[in-house]
Ligand binder design. Structure first.
Ligand code: GTP
Ligand code: SPV
Ligand code: MN
Length: 591
């Protein structure tokens, strides 16, 4: 028994109708459902998901409209080793990406997809990335057999009818085909075909592997579109800082996964920094274009947040806690006996009768985490009390500063300013960070992660860095570029800097540098504030601790420069000369 409604009832795009028919021929679903994004549809699909055990209702008095999802324990994070860029040549994917020949990838995944939706429903999810009516915005369509993916995409993107209206009769849309299969890790592949604006993902139901709008389209494919069309797709938060005088400046910051983007995007100013207000534009992805003023303008292509749960508390990130009070999906967090949620670092003691992320009774003494370290919340951005009035602005917002940052126990000072655009690109290109639970694999290993895009750049990273330099040449009014590190530790392993809301002090120094020429110390690696250059009002921090957090140590930096050199050698001929030059200069200055 099959039910395949005529595509004409939903779309004027021949290309879309044909592609959906083609995917249905391959996957052989029992039913095809075109998603319209309506409230009615949300209710119906949620009921189906609850009946199927995909979603567990939470207590709707405490958390209206909220549900818990438990993913397969073998499927809890992005899997970089089975993520491929299937460009026509290996050289086009570059040394930092896994590559599979496009024919081989289509054949291999095609065999897995053949008949894979028999007995199941194929959902067609049309969505827009970017504010409606924005020249930045793009249409994608994801086909999936997962109702969890549909309900998540509904929160994360502008989904349904609006997307089909924007597409009209055109053929210009990202084609994402996703099938959960049986979650056997040996049949898990996430393949990108930039030349076809296409993504095929099989064998995972998790976040960045399955919500194809996010890392797959908005970063890997979009980075290729940006290269061809002259703009940038970046793993960046966008935040607005309003000074006591009422001026708002915007900062875009690239940190690797689970290194603080959501937290910085929703920052709550410390009480002593009177009159400052912070507004969120986006917490994970930025699309940036050169504006008519010769400056860089940014939009957040997403519509919701897929945030790390552990560590989120009323103390560390009250805006996130308020954002997940209603209409949120939680994935792999712990559940309390009275139908609420809990995770490590929530700043409330673990209640008795807790059920862990796998669905088993949790015992504190077991030493196991109750919530998975990469457990997440999915919530609409409209819930965020700090949402910027410009979050839906089709023009985007002008960017005053670009910030790069990693998770580094050593070496990297709290904040550094680059000398110019090329040096800033060099800083971003050579940044390192300790690996986190956001990706499968060992946690805490320092790796080079250029611009926090190592797992997300859809083409040769050398060409990508060249594209950054080209954009710089076209900017007559470029943002200044900085580097930060909230994660430096003392000899006992304690964080030197209090982080979270206090990070505003580092951002304020940046704005003071740009607009009122605040002081800093020129070192070989960049300009860094002395303790006296930072606004430390109301902050209790031992002078020696602060000195350690700000220190630039030549011996540590020589190790850093050697490691950056290894990355540059690996990139080889594709690396822009100008960056090799910067590397040589820095190595000489540190001798
Ligand atoms: P993705 O969604 O994976 O891209 O992560 P993200 O970059 O948005 O990271 P997020 O803000 O969710 O933070 C990840 C973890 O780092 C959480 O456990 C936070 O509590 C912690 N964290 C964030 N900011 C700070 C900080 O300033 N200092 C310290 N010590 N920890 C922080
Ligand atoms: C990240 O890992 O950077 C995330 C989560 O933001 S995911 O959507 O899984 O990529
Ligand atoms: Mn991310």
């Amino acid at each position: 028994m099959t039910s395949h409604p005529a595509a004409d009832a939903f779309t004027k795009s021949r290309a879309l109708a044909n592609w959906v028919a083609e995917c249905a021929r391959l996957t052989q679903p029992d039913r095809i459902v075109w998603c319209d994004g309506s409230e009615d549809e949300r209710r119906r699909l949620t009921d189906e998901a609850v009946a199927a055990g995909v979603l567990i209702p939470l207590d709707h008095e405490k958390r209206p409209g909220c549900y818990l999802h438990r993913s397969n324990p073998n499927d809890v994070a992005r899997t970089e080793e089975v993520t491929f860029i299937c460009s026509p040549t290996k050289a086009a994917a570059g040394v930092t990406n896994n590559w599979m020949a496009p024919d081989e990838a289509y054949a291999k995944l095609g065999a897995l997809l053949k008949g894979s939706m028999a007995g199941r429903t194929l959902y067609v999810i049309p969505y827009v990335m970017g504010p409606l009516g924005s020249p930045f915005a793009k249409v994608g369509v994801e086909i999936t057999d997962s109702v969890y993916v549909v309900l998540s995409m509904r929160i994360m993107t502008r989904m349904g009818r609006a997307a089909l209206e924007m597409l009209g009769d055109a053929d210009d849309f990202n084609r994402g085909l996703h099938c959960t299969l049986d979650l056997d890790p040996s049949k898990r592949f996430i393949c990108h075909f930039p030349q076809d604006n296409t993504i095929w993902s099989v064998g995972s139901g998790y976040g960045g592997n399955a919500l194809l709008s996010k890392k797959c389209f908005a970063l890997r494919i979009a980075s290729c579109l940006g290269r061809d069309e002259g703009w940038l797709a970046e793993h960046m938060l966008i935040v607005g800082l309003q000074s006591p005088a009422g001026e708002t400046r915007y900062i875009a910051a690239a940190f690797p996964s689970a290194c603080g983007k959501t937290n910085l995007a929703m920052l709550t100013p410390p009480p002593a920094l009177k009159g400052w207000k912070v507004f969120t534009i986006g917490d994970d992805i930025a699309w940036l274009r050169i504006g008519p003023d010769g400056g860089l303008w940014a939009i957040n292509p997403e519509f919701g947040y897929f945030g790390v749960a552990p560590g989120t508390s009323m103390k560390s990130n009250p805006n996130a806690m308020l954002t997940v009070e209603r209409d949120a999906l939680f994935t792999n967090v712990a559940m309390t006996a009275d139908g609420d949620i809990w995770w490590e670092g929530m700043d409330v003691p673990a209640p008795a009768g807790l059920i862990d992320w796998r669905g088993r009774p949790w015992e504190a003494k077991s030493g196991d985490k109750a919530a998975h370290p990469n457990s997440r919340f999915t919530a609409p951005m409209g819930n965020n009390p700090a949402l910027s009035p410009h979050a839906n602005d089709p023009r985007g917002v002008p960017i005053s500063a670009i910030v790069f940052g990693g998770r580094r126990a050593t070496t990297m000072p709290l904040v550094l300013e680059s000398f110019d655009w090329t040096h800033g690109v060099f800083m971003g290109a050579t940044m390192g960070s300790e690996t986190t639970a956001a990706a499968a694999g060992k946690v805490g290993v320092v790796r080079r992660d250029p611009m926090a895009m190592l797992p997300f750049c859809g083409y040769n990273v050398g060409d990508y860095l060249g594209h950054w330099l080209e954009i710089g040449k076209r900017l007559t009014n470029p943002p200044r570029i900085f580097m930060v590190n909230w994660f430096r530790k003392d000899a006992e392993g304690n964080f030197l800097w209090p982080g979270y809301g206090e990070n505003l002090r580092a951002l304020k120094w940046m704005l003071d540098r740009i607009h009122s020429g605040a002081d800093g110390d020129r070192t070989p690696v960049g300009t860094t504030p002395q303790a006296g250059d930072l606004d430390l009002a109301g902050l209790e921090i031992a002078p020696d601790q602060l000195r350690q957090a700000l220190a630039v140590d030549a011996a540590e930096w020589r190790v850093e420069v050697a490691s950056a050199g290894e990355l540059f050698d690996k990139i080889g001929a594709a690396l822009p000369q100008a960056l090799r030059e910067k590397h040589r200069e820095l190595a000489a200055a540190l001798k």
